[in-house]
Design a protein around this ligand. Structure first.
Ligand code: ATP
Length: 381
């Protein structure tokens, strides 16, 4: 039993509230990420799990045992920091052995455990080096080996990869996930990098403004964001406000809406056909419609582009290219509608063998299932 339970945690610094009523559970053996923009309270929460900070109200349990009020060394945690925090005057193996010596493990067992831990991060050959003789990636692997050597109940990682360059960071992400799978240690990663959280985690807790905004798998939070904050924070998004068209049903039970800020030619509101069965697990269209207006999310990669037929209709509109930026694996194309409003599309090479030119016309279309109703604003759990 080495899950983590966080119950009704709040933290204030003077008159500033850093975290407010956070409730969450990290399951045993899970790779869990705390994701959110700068200043949302991620590090504060991690430091409270570690015992470096105490909550103002609420409690924390690790492996079923309440640890609120206990010092870090009595919580069975291993921690890795952004700046590695290795002891500069100790060799790699002495760094890894440090926590074991403090725990008064017998010398011969320490040597064995250090060997095992360095093998886990593939640094056996570097045991006698000093930290300054290592690259950033190697230093971070030593920090991970040091944290794991004491066989902690939970591994806490505070932005451990953010000092590494893009390529090394990707390699280390894979390595981190492999190490976590091999050891099965319950892991909490703090990151502000959406892609990192999506690709590494079993589940993600998204924090915004000191509150838990959503808790779910990477697929949940990307495809079914619970509110506007999460939708905009995780990836790019087109947000379309629309009003229901009374008494009008679309194909296959779809509900018809008129976009309030997107107009095709002659000022005609763009018609949206929304499939309510596709909103399972997300916000319902009713919940997402204060004042009779529903906010729909349409991810840029769900919009398809075809040669112009200049046809308008449900989930279909002619549009003019107004901007293009090439990002290698995809192309970000900004389209203006003929009447009013714009949509961003992430297109792939087959759709545009060459870069589109501003001013060119295309047809944009998407399916009824791609419109996801979301709650406006930051409505936390
Ligand atoms: P970042 O990604 O920039 O590290 P974060 O999400 O980890 O941000 P925290 O460091 O947890 O954010 O900070 C949350 C809020 O609490 C911030 O507004 C911060 O200024 C404030 N805060 C954190 N520590 C203290 C402190 N010791 N005293 C006063 N305010 C603090």
């Amino acid at each position: 039993m080495s899950g983590i339970r966080i119950e009704e945690i709040s933290k204030t610094f003077g008159d500033q509230t850093a975290l407010s009523h956070v409730d969450l559970e990290v399951r045993e053996g899970e790779f869990f990420s705390l994701l959110g923009p700068s200043g949302c309270g991620k590090t504060t929460l991690l430091n409270m799990i570690a015992g470096f900070l105490e909550p103002t109200t609420g409690g924390i349990w690790i492996g079923g045992r309440e640890v609120t009020g206990l010092p870090p060394y009595r919580r069975e945690i291993g921690m890795v920091f952004q700046d590695y925090a290795l002891f500069p005057h100790l060799s790699v193996s002495d760094n890894v052995a440090y926590g074991l010596r403090i725990r008064k493990m017998p010398r011969k067992d320490i040597a064995e455990r250090v060997r095992e831990s360095l093998a886990l991060v593939q640094l056996e050959a570097y045991a006698s080096r000093m930290p300054h003789q290592l690259s950033g990636g190697q230093r971070q692997r030593v920090a991970i080996a040091r944290a794991l050597a004491v066989r902690p109940a939970v591994l806490l990682l505070d932005e451990p990869l953010s000092n590494l360059d893009a390529k090394l960071r990707k390699d280390m992400q894979t390595e981190l996930r492999n190490i976590q799978r091999t050891t099965g240690v319950t892991t909490v990663l703090v990151t502000h990098d959406q892609e990192e959280a999506l690709s590494l985690s079993d589940r993600i807790g998204i924090l915004g403004d000191g509150r838990l905004q959503q808790l779910g798998t990477p697929l949940d939070v990307y495809r079914r964001p619970s509110n506007r904050f999460v939708a905009e924070f995780i990836g790019q998004v087109n947000l379309i406000a629309a009003k229901p068209l009374q008494g009008d049903t679309g194909l296959g039970g779809a509900q018809a809406y008129a976009a309030t800020e997107l107009e095709t030619a002659q000022g005609r509101a763009l018609r949206l056909d929304f499939d309510p069965s596709a909103a399972d697990g997300g916000s319902s269209a009713e919940a997402a419609s204060p004042g009779g207006e529903t906010l729909f999310m349409l991810r840029p990669e769900r919009i398809r582009v075809s040669a112009p037929g200049r046809e308008a209709g449900a989930n279909r509109t002619p549009a003019r290219v107004s901007g293009v930026s090439y990002a290698g694996s995809m192309m970000r194309v900004q389209f203006e509608l003929e009447g009013r409003g714009s949509l961003t599309v992430h297109a792939s090479d087959p759709e545009f063998p060459s870069l589109p030119e501003p001013g060119q016309f295309y047809d944009l279309h998407w399916s009824a299932q791609d419109l996801i109703p979301i709650l406006p604003g930051e409505n936390p759990l």
